[in-house]
Design a protein. Structure first.
Length: 182
């Protein structure tokens, strides 16, 4: 008789992050995820004690992927500090991570615990930016300002609907990045 296969913790987390990205925390429902994965909800409880524990696991995964894994990859790929800043931004706000990041930011507006988690993640990201920018900029005030502007551009860009006559959004972002990185 063949061994039964269980839906892995990673499968549940992947489906949960996808649901979070699309509909926020209210969209992360065990029944819906089980249906999406083609399994019964009982399998969920083999992996997680509760929905609350599952939401914590989602946030843990998002935090790890968007901080340590980004930093490890940027450091492994190497390059000068300016290239690393740009690469960290591209990875942090990639097609995979950006939708989850934006959903967590929205969630944090209504949940103090999530807001504290977001603050920790953003502090980690800003610390990395400071480390990189200070390698080519010696003025601490300028380091902080450049880091803040780069971070704000990376996040805020997704909320700005303005058009750029004569330029594409990608061209404007490239130019802004060059200005910020000096």
């Amino acid at each position: 008789m063949p061994a039964s296969t269980r839906t892995s913790r990673e499968d549940w987390i992947g489906a949960g992050l996808a649901a979070l990205a699309v509909g926020g925390p209210d969209a992360v429902r065990v029944d819906v995820l089980a249906q999406t994965l083609g399994v019964t909800r009982g399998g969920f409880y083999h992996q997680f004690q509760s929905r609350s524990a599952f939401l914590d696991a989602l946030l843990d995964t998002w935090e790890r992927r968007s901080t340590e894994e980004v930093r490890d990859r940027v450091d492994r790929e190497g390059g000068d500090p300016r290239r690393k800043v740009a690469r960290a931004g591209m990875l942090t706000f990639s097609a995979d991570l950006l939708p989850v990041d934006l959903a967590v930011r929205d969630w944090a507006r209504r949940d103090a615990t999530v807001a504290a988690r977001l603050r920790r993640v953003d502090n980690h990201r800003m610390g990395y930016l400071r480390d990189l920018i200070s390698q080519y900029c010696t003025d601490p005030d300028e380091v902080e300002a450049r880091g803040m502007l780069a971070f704000t551009l990376a996040i805020g860009n997704h909320f700005v609907a303005a058009e750029h006559p004569g330029s594409t959004r990608a061209d404007v972002l490239k130019h802004a990045t060059r200005l910020l990185l000096g």
